[in-house]
Design a binder for this molecule. Structure first.
Ligand code: TRP
Length: 448
């Protein structure tokens, strides 16, 4: 069977940026910025994204396009009969774990979108009221499970439609809309009286705040936000045609992902400061602090709808990239139809996700290594599998693949002169700097 490809350059960009831009940008990044000292964190984050993670993104896309295969098949094809096969196995399993718990948060976004359409964040509601609304919701059994199910179903439907008429088409409509939505909200937020303090916090760095913990959090976030280390960018890379410039597409992806994270922070943190609230709220920032702001600011009801719609859109374009990894594997290695593969991935992800969802309520007493089920999967993938996966992928490109193959992919057999010029530097980063830096920050992260 013919393998599908993305149709054109814009299609590649929206798919890759769609994967990158997600809950990581709207939910995780702003609360990390809030918790780790504002501009100083952003400063470290810039280094992590453009110096360390971009070469890793190149590497993943190179493996994908070189092999034109799914995440498992890629290693079988490029390094037949070696232990690299296990990296392929991990690259298929991890995204299924990630999409399971990702979909739980996606379900929360659906519920909150629904709440905002019903104007449930009533004027003058107190923080305590909205906080307990959230607690009641996530600890209950059915509402979060329903959200999780609908979210995963929507993701599956886009996947069944295929690479070009599903993933690519969906991205072409959704990604531009997403930017418009978040810009509208950012404008509202920075024009609130008192928003200035938030902007200062975001853009005036206090370098004394930088320490090992900040670096490790920033690198972890960069990995998560660029969808690295788990085979999603590899799989998307395998749908890129031979004449596309993968270095350019990857760089645009990193730039748009970063810009989006900044705009998202401008949409959230200035409002938090304007209301004199604590930016160090952590994961509850989006679902507890923001609804309070929405219920108390002019046009808040309308902005709430915009924000939660943006959250859903961003989350779905990311979850399809995670979902696609398993589907591509099943179709190509197990020879099942795309539809059947989508159903299988749905079933597995639904089950793990359901356990994660229930671990906020009825199953909260079940602990794996001292963590609830949700936290266990979240930590396992973000702190271990992604970083180790990313580390092994750069090592694979830097040390296992031949230099001439890497050169061919990066420069389209020497025809892209700008890429030729930077190749030496990029190759040096891939071979030495990225693996060592990732390993060091990974190990230092273990010490905290
Ligand atoms: N990058 C997405 C976000 O920021 C999430 C995501 C998609 C992801 N694919 C991934 C995270 C692969 C880690 C690995 O929300």
């Amino acid at each position: 069977m013919e393998r599908e490809n993305f149709g054109n350059r814009f299609g590649v960009l929206v798919a890759m940026a769609g994967s990158a831009i997600g809950l990581g940008n709207l939910w995780r990044f702003p609360y990390l910025v809030g918790s780790y000292g504002g501009a100083a964190f952003i400063f470290v984050y810039i280094f992590c994204v453009f110096l360390l993670c971009l070469p890793i993104l190149f590497s993943e896309v190179i493996i994908g396009r070189r092999s034109h295969a799914n995440a498992y098949g890629a290693f079988k094809k490029l390094a037949p009969g070696t232990k690299w096969k296990w990296l392929g196995v991990a690259s298929v399993i991890t995204p299924i774990i990630v999409v399971s718990y990702y979909s739980v948060i996606g379900g929360w976004s659906l519920e909150y979108f629904f709440k905002s359409c019903m104007f449930e964040f009533t004027e003058g509601a107190t923080q305590a009221e909205l906080g307990s609304m959230f607690d009641k919701f996530i600890t209950s059994v059915w509402p979060p499970l329903v959200g999780h199910t609908i979210f995963l179903l929507l993701t599956g439907l886009v996947i069944i439609a295929g690479v070009k008429s599903g993933i690519e088409k969906f991205g072409k409509i959704m990604m531009p809309m997403l930017f418009v939505l978040i810009i509208v909200m950012a404008v509202r937020s920075i024009t609130l009286p008192g928003a200035m303090d938030g902007l200062v916090y975001l853009f005036k760095p206090d370098f004394s705040k930088i320490d090992g913990e900040v670096c490790s959090a920033a690198l972890g976030q960069a990995f998560f936000s660029l969808s690295l280390g788990v085979g999603t960018m590899l799989t998307y890379g395998s749908y890129i045609k031979k004449d596309e410039n993968i270095a350019a597409s990857s760089s645009y992806t990193a730039v748009s992902d970063f810009i989006f994270a900044l705009i998202a922070s401008c949409a959230i943190l200035p409002a938090v400061f304007a209301f004199g609230l604590n930016p160090q709220e952590g994961p509850g920032l989006v679902f507890q602090t923001l609804p309070f702001i929405f219920s108390n600011m002019p046009m808040g009801g309308f902005i709430a709808i915009i924000f939660f719609l943006a959250l859903i859109v961003a989350a779905i374009t990311s979850s399809i990239s995670l979902y696609e990894v398993g589907v591509a594997y099943l179709v190509e290695e197990r020879h099942v139809s795309r539809k059947k593969a989508s159903v299988i991935v749905f079933a597995v992800a639904w089950l793990i996700g359901a356990l994660c969802s229930l671990s906020f309520g009825p199953l909260s007493d079940i602990k794996i290594f001292g963590q609830t089920i949700f936290n266990f999967f979240d930590k396992l993938s973000a702190n271990f599998l992604m970083t180790i996966g990313g580390f092994l992928m750069v090592v694979f490109v830097g040390w296992k693949m031949s230099k001439s193959d890497v050169f061919d992919e990066f420069t389209n057999s020497g025809t892209l002169s700008a890429n030729k010029r930077i190749f030496k530097f990029v190759y040096f980063m891939i071979r030495y700097v990225c693996p060592i830096a990732v390993l060091m920050i990974f190990l230092s992260g273990l010490l905290f």
